[in-house]
Design a protein around this ligand. Sequence first.
Ligand code: AVJ
Length: 319
Amino acid sequence: MSPFQLTRTLPVDATDAALRADVLSGLNRQPKTLPPKWFYDAHGSDLFEEITRLPEYYPTRAEREILVARAAQIAEASGARTLIELGSGSSEKTRHLLDALPGLHTYVPVDVSESALRGAADVLLAERPGLSVHALIADFTHVLRLPDTPGPRLVAFLGGTIGNLLPEEREQFLHSVRELLSPGDSLLIGTDLVKDEATLVAAYDDAAGVTAAFNKNVLSVMNRELGADFPPGDFDHVAVWDPDTEWIEMRLRARRALTVKIPEVDLVVTFAAGEEMRTEVSAKFREERVRSELADAGLRLDHWWTDAAGRFALSLATA
Ligand code: AVJ
């Protein structure tokens, strides 16, 4: 059998339909909200890659430090023959895991972007002859059907992306991941940690303005995909730390009163001067919260590893 297979579990127009539904429901409510997944068109994905190299944006480097230090322990504890990576993107960090898992039979990257999946598979297959790659075009927040591959399985959800889910979404997500796991399988999750406000806010409001451009890119996505006429220059990037929910919120604030047409969903929306629309939450965690949310989903936290500076954590859990 070919070492590369690609399975589409999303209809080709699913992304379109989901964007319309999210825009309709999010912009018709007060305060207005949009889910963060719409940042990631080709330009937004490039901007995110740029964010990961910013001096203020520590999470990517902190997580890589833990992966490098702990890859052998992760391999030993999981004994994985199949690695499933949710939201794999470019699979860049995965390499550390793949290198540490000599017994690995199949890598299953899961992403909504077919081009990201094909690009990542090309690179990995060239580097790792003998590895089989079964890519899934899927939205990891929906129920997944996994290919039939040898166990034990290790499901990895890296980058702190679990923090972009709202608490109810997170609970649902962990339950559906739990259902994918058989006895002996494990889950590896990356979470950014609660820390001082100045460090957190700087990570989401960098001096070079890359995060501001990333945030405003969602307006360009709506302009292109839905024929909308958002004027990106009339919005300011806002990043605030909410100490009660322990999350960072990114918002776009209208500089003046605006009326915006979104023809493809038959919507006209008005913004008051200074009105803020929430575009992302990025939750920050403490060990106890990770442990209890995993427990609520029927998962046991077996290992908790942080970088030396204690900024970010990797958790390994089993059913
Ligand atoms: C890495 C996708 C989780 O919340 O830190 C970066 C995305 N948003 N800067 C995060 C993001 C603003 C991000 N994730």
